[in-house]
Design a protein around this ligand. Structure first.
Ligand SMILES: Cc1cc2nc3c(=O)[nH]c(=O)nc-3n(C[C@H](O)[C@H](O)[C@H](O)COP(=O)(O)OP(=O)(O)OC[C@H]3O[C@@H](n4cnc5c(N)ncnc54)[C@H](O)[C@@H]3O)c2cc1C
Length: 409
């Protein structure tokens, strides 16, 4: 008879773990607090599920688990993930290295996982929230809110973190891990928008523009990102903002000063070329109004905002604008600084940074504190950048945990 394994949480990581454990001959029971499995998967990649990325490396991850990424991906990485999904019948579309189901539907990813759980006879308890796990000697007793208790040889904790709690991951997994003696690295929202102090954000809300962004913590430049910046009425969003949002979140948590410098003309890399560009523009557009002068440079709303910040009236003729005001205006295009007061909440975050300390977990995803307990997915202190990296971590850590847990100890 195979080992009896409980998987807590039927998200991307839990379902993958259950499939791999069952394929290795274990008798698997999955507990999911929602009335259905895999709810979060449906909202990923704007409903299209960017499930992995061909450009994979440990540098795309943050947290205490960077070393773990190499160990786990050496066992089950991107090629194995593609084979896994292809084997479940899912065709894959590669968009510049970003991998999606060819159907363009996140529901495909969930469907093929569900069908495989069914085929393997995995017992799935939905609307069944695990309230406690007691370590026996050997094995574990899994206790639910409904008052049931069942014994297992091994348990895989795959409850997710705290991001998007509406999908079920409300941080309960950390409570369970802590009960069993694990250290939890403080959690913050990541891949999330930033709220800024400046009221002027409202004036450009809704604008999207290419920009180079630099994150400053206590006045020191710590990260640079480039891409499509999205202005909102409360601050800044978009992929480049998401990419450094976890650094901003941890700095804010420590009450440090956080600011972002925005360059809306990132294609200007050469100072001399830039000077020549502005000189020519002031000369050629000298008889135009200031509004006309900024039109065509970048999104018009941004141009008008910068005029205001530079204290230039829209109706003023370009030739009448003094040199000092001209330099101020030019300066805003290359460098506007916004101060960050907080991040958006976990409810709007794509992932949760922080979690179970990865130094307490082996390369086979087993706890070093409680033998027979395994972890998978976002519950761990490891978070990836945007681009399919977080789901890849869920598939890889789930597969490794499922296989390892089903092996005879
Ligand atoms: C809007 C959005 C878009 C995203 N887009 C992408 C993307 O395109 N690409 C990408 O790589 N990543 C994306 N992510 C991140 C990615 O979805 C997650 O990192 C990944 O799904 C985490 O999987 P998980 O299985 O570890 O956790 P989860 O998916 O959070 O699953 C945990 C499960 O455990 C259940 N659970 C929790 N506690 C208990 C308990 N006590 N008892 C029983 N069940 C419990 C929960 O209900 C949940 O179903 C996105 C996230 C969001 C929110």
């Amino acid at each position: 008879m195979g080992k009896r394994i409980a998987v807590i949480g039927a998200g991307a990581a839990g379902m993958t773990a259950a499939i791999h454990a069952a394929r290795s001959g274990a008798r698997v029971t999955v507990y999911e607090r929602n009335d259905r499995v895999g709810r979060k998967i449906l909202s990923t990649g704007n409903g299209r599920c960017n499930f992995s990325n061909e450009n994979m490396s440990a540098d795309c991850y943050r947290g205490s688990g960077k070393a773990l990424v190499d160990a786990v991906y050496g066992r089950f990485g991107v090629p194995e993930t593609k084979d896994f999904f292809a084997g479940l019948g899912m065709r894959i579309r590669d968009r510049n290295g970003y991998l999606y189901p060819a159907s363009g539907q996140a529901s495909t990813v969930l469907d093929v996982l569900r069908y495989e759980l069914d085929r393997l006879g995995v017992c799935v308890h939905t609307s069944d929230r695990v309230a406690g796990i007691r370590a026996g000697h050997p094995g574990f007793a899994v206790e639910t809110d409904g008052g049931t208790s069942a014994a297992y040889d091994a348990v895989i904790l795959a409850c997710g973190g705290k991001a998007a709690p509406g999908t079920g991951s409300d941080g309960q997994g950390f409570v369970l891990a802590k009960m069993l003696g694990h250290r939890i690295i403080p959690t913050v929202p990541a891949l999330v928008a930033l709220k800024c102090r400046e009221d002027f954000c409202r004036r450009v809300a809704g604008v999207r523009c290419e920009a180079g962004l630099t994150l400053y913590i206590d006045g020191r430049a710590v990260r640079c990102e480039a891409g499509e910046l999205q202005w909102t009425d409360y601050g800044i969003s978009g992929i480049p903002v998401f990419q450094f949002s976890r650094d901003a979140a941890y700095a804010l948590r420590e009450k440090r000063d956080v600011a972002v410098k925005i360059d809306v003309m990132p294609d200007f890399t050469d100072d001399a070329a830039q000077r020549a560009f502005w000189d020519l523009r002031w000369e050629r557009q000298s008889s135009r109004t200031a509004e006309q002068f900024v039109t065509g440079l970048v999104n018009k709303k941004i141009g008008l905002l910068y005029l205001k910040l530079a204290d230039i009236r829209e109706t003023e003729l370009a030739k009448d604008i003094p040199a000092s005001a001209r330099r101020r205006l030019e300066g805003f295009f290359r460098s506007l600084t916004v101060t960050v007061r907080e991040t958006n909440s976990f409810a709007q975050a794509q992932v949760c940074a922080g979690g179970v300390d990865c130094t307490q977990v082996t390369g086979r995803m087993e706890s070093r504190i409680a033998r027979g307990l395994y972890f998978a997915g976002e519950i761990l202190d490891i978070d990836g950048v945007c681009g399919g990296y977080n789901l890849q971590w869920a598939w890889s850590s789930g597969a490794v945990a499922g296989q390892a847990a089903s092996e005879r100890g």
